[in-house]
Design a binder for this molecule. Structure first.
Ligand SMILES: Nc1ncnc2c1ncn2[C@@H]1O[C@H](COP(=O)(O)OP(=O)(O)OP(=O)(O)O)[C@@H](O)[C@H]1O
Ligand SMILES: [Mg+2]
Length: 270
């Protein structure tokens, strides 16, 4: 049995990393302490992570281990308490249109049509350019014919496609996905994983993808960053050296999955 079909590729990002190319995202010694009313909460401690250009990295870990916090810091929406975060060799000082977010379910505006939702980030550009780009991403995520529909008329999976199309329409370098498939049923999730892989292979952006689903991480990632709570630390970074589409029945796939469960402290034999 195989995961949803996507063109077969090797793992070029890992080759690039081996060739010593500078990392796209560099996180060094990052910690985060939230000040609360009565006390403080250490959410992240000593995070070191390099992400190569074009790499697909999953952040995997239990609820509360700091996955969203780390994503927000890389996105420039949250300041780290200590450490450095560089993107393309420059310190991250705030949000940047080259880095976009896709969230679990709040990503699209209910009052705007599919077309307007996708075109939202393109305001200020020439009309024909906006139309061309919007059409391209509408088709890429399989929503042709639904451009005039409103979110309430769409299924959950279709809404997430709109969110993905809107994120990609601005040609981001980096896409930060915070459990983008978390609200979907299991079949739609599987289909959407295949679609996200297809888009990634086509558009070649760098993806940081938060999930607490072990299968999702093994199906998608070049590397899985396993985090432990609290404060959130990196327990281990597990490479997935398997070409797409991944054979989920292969011994190597099973070995990686078991290792991830082990790291998460769950005894699980597949
Ligand atoms: N703005 C905030 N103020 C105070 N504490 C916060 C804030 N944001 C997050 N935290 C705390 O930091 C820790 C990490 O939160 P975070 O949202 O990053 O976890 P997560 O791994 O994304 O969890 P989940 O899988 O449930 O989304 C949690 O203990 C949370 O309570
Ligand atoms: Mg979260």
């Amino acid at each position: 049995m195989t995961a949803p079909a996507t063109p077969s590729i090797a793992t070029p990002t890992q080759d690039r990393a081996r060739a010593g190319a500078p990392a796209k995202i560099v996180v060094r010694g990052v910690s985060k302490v939230f000040q609360r009313k009565m006390d403080e909460l250490e959410a992240l401690a000593g995070i070191d992570l390099d992400v190569q250009a074009g790499e697909f990295v999953c952040l995997l870990g239990p609820s509360g281990c700091g996955k969203s916090t780390l994503l927000n810091i890389v996105g420039g929406f949250e300041n780290q308490t200590q450490g450095i975060v560089h993107v393309d060799g420059e310190p991250v000082t705030g949000p940047d249109p080259r880095r976009v977010f896709v969230f679990q379910e709040y990503g699209i505006f209910p009052w705007a049509s599919v077309w307007d939702n996708i075109a939202l980030g393109l305001r200020g550009r020439p009309k024909d350019e906006v139309a061309r780009i919007t059409q391209h991403y509408l088709e890429l995520v399989g929503l042709k014919g639904f451009e005039k529909s409103f979110p309430e008329e769409l299924s959950g999976g279709m809404r997430q496609r709109v969110a993905v199309a809107r994120a990609l329409a601005v040609s981001p370098d980096i896409v930060l996905m915070d459990e983008p498939l978390g609200a979907l049923d299991s079949l739609t999730r599987l289909q959407m994983r295949g679609e996200i892989l297809r888009l990634w292979q086509r558009e070649k952006m760098t993806i940081l993808f938060v999930t607490h689903d072990v299968d999702e991480s093994v199906q998608l990632a070049d590397r899985v960053v396993v985090m432990s709570p609290r404060p959130g630390r990196i327990a281990e970074i597990v490479p997935v050296n398997l070409p797409h589409p991944r054979d989920i029945g292969s011994p190597e796939y099973g070995r990686i999955k078991n290792r991830l469960y082990e790291l998460l402290g769950v005894s699980h034999a597949i």
